[in-house]
Design a protein around this ligand. Structure first.
Ligand code: AMP
Ligand code: MG
Length: 410
């Protein structure tokens, strides 16, 4: 069994996945879904010149000297929001206007109420017949011109984007009530091992509680897929087969398991899968989480993560998050790396290493990383204490204190 680099293993796995189907959904159901179409602006935004203040629309020349000699203007219209004015402002005239209301023809700026002698801002109050302006304004002041934010036909959201709340707002403004998004990928998950108990069970001699199915299920959901928790498979052929067949019935896009992937750990997983597919055991040049299984059962891809809780977590981040991103149609689904400075010297064994660390901001704007205790692959506590995984590249045996490394914030 040869040793694969992390990148090689990742590329091999990713090459087996394609984005899941597209569906059309009402906008309210689209938060966190992945956009499957480019979105072009259907209109300018704002769609008309409008006031950004409650005040009076005026012609600039009428108020040029208003600061020295306040100017009285005749109020010829009252324009609330939602109304399209029909007048055209002539010399010496003003129109009362509310925030968001369309600016009338002929007006060049809005003078805020505060800079006039009209102080009655009660809703429903009548506009005055005359208003005295006591400040000059420049052309365009307090007017949000049509197209200031977005021009019609501009591409404002691109295919492959995970829709954020503010994206939904923009889509609504542009009149997209139904949009084309990818359906959510579905992942079936099971743990395996005779030693595993449910979280609610009392401990028994020689047994531990199954933690992976909780951690990994939450990671799957966080990555944007639906999770089907199949529970724990015993270390026997029937038990494994039953769970995998259940996943097939549920037509999942990926079957994910933890444990049983170290050499000879249990050949029956291989047997079960190979009766209806293919399965490879890999050794990846990484730490933690060297063993990894990849295969297909009845054409459904299968990834076997290592059993140790931290290895399973890291394996998910390194191999599975990107798969879910690709399935969901995300344009760039990988976690963003940040640069952090190591507070202490870090020794490594030359494998690509993912180390648990607590990162906090330093005075000079950089980020400082402290390892969070014992880095053994079974120690979940140091992962819980960490907020980052430091990535030490393959081939590096020592990172001196003060040096910068890449990290994922987790
Ligand atoms: P295995 O790959 O089956 O040899 O398991 C490797 C290590 O991970 C063993 O110490 C297992 O007890 C542990 N392990 C396996 N599955 C889980 C799980 N779901 N939760 C916690 N620990 C596990
Ligand atoms: Mg086991």
């Amino acid at each position: 069994m040869s040793l694969l680099s992390v990148d090689e293993a990742r590329e091999r796995i990713l090459s087996h996945f394609q984005p899941v189907a597209v569906e059309t959904l009402p906008l309210v159901e689209c938060a966190n879904r992945v956009l499957a179409q480019d979105i072009a602006a259907t209109t300018d935004l704002p769609p008309f010149d409008n006031s950004s203040m409650d005040g009076f629309a005026i012609r600039v020349a009428d108020v040029t000297d208003a600061a020295d000699s306040p100017r009285s203007l005749r109020v010829v219209a009252d324009i609330p929001a939602g109304v399209s004015p029909t007048i055209s402002l002539a010399q010496g005239e003003a129109a009362r206007i509310m925030t968001g209301a369309q600016v009338p023809d002929g007006a060049e700026a809005v003078v805020p109420v505060e800079d006039t002698d009209f102080s009655n801002r009660d809703a429903g109050s009548a506009a005055p017949d005359w208003v005295v302006i006591s400040k000059s304004v420049t052309k365009g002041a307090n007017v949000r011109p049509r197209g200031m934010d977005i021009h019609a036909d501009e591409i404002v959201l691109q295919k492959g984007r995970v829709l954020k709340p503010q994206d939904l707002g923009l889509l609504a403004m542009l009149g997209y009530a139904n949009i084309s998004v990818h359906r959510k990928a579905r992942v079936a998950l099971f743990s395996s091992g005779n030693e595993l108990l449910e979280a609610g069970a009392p401990l028994e001699p020689g047994k531990i509680r199954d933690s992976n199915s909780y951690t990994i299920a939450a990671l799957i959901e966080e990555a944007g897929a639906g999770v089907i928790r199949l529970g724990v498979a015993k270390d026997d052929r029937e038990s494994v087969k039953t769970l995998i067949e259940k996943a097939v019935d549920l037509e999942v896009d990926l079957i994910l398991s933890s444990a049983g992937v170290s050499v000879g750990a249990f050949d029956f997983v291989k047997e079960v899968i190979e009766a209806n597919g293919k399965m490879d055991f890999w050794r990846v040049n990484m730490r933690p989480g060297k063993p990894l299984a990849f295969g297909k059962y009845k054409d459904i891809p299968f990834i076997g993560l290592p059993g140790n809780p931290v290895s399973a977590f890291v394996g998910f981040e390194v191999f599975v998050r990107g798969v879910i991103g690709k399935l969901n149609g995300i344009y760039n689904g990988s976690r963003r790396k940040v640069q952090v400075r190591c507070a202490e010297q870090i020794d490594s064994d030359g494998r690509e290493s993912y180390l648990r660390a607590e990162v906090h901001p330093a005075e000079n704007g950089s980020f400082i990383a402290h390892l969070t205790g014992h880095q053994g692959s079974g120690n979940l506590h140091s992962l819980v204490q960490a907020n980052a995984l430091l990535i030490i590249p393959a081939g590096v045996k020592c990172v001196p204190a003060g040096q910068e490394v890449n990290a994922w914030l987790i």
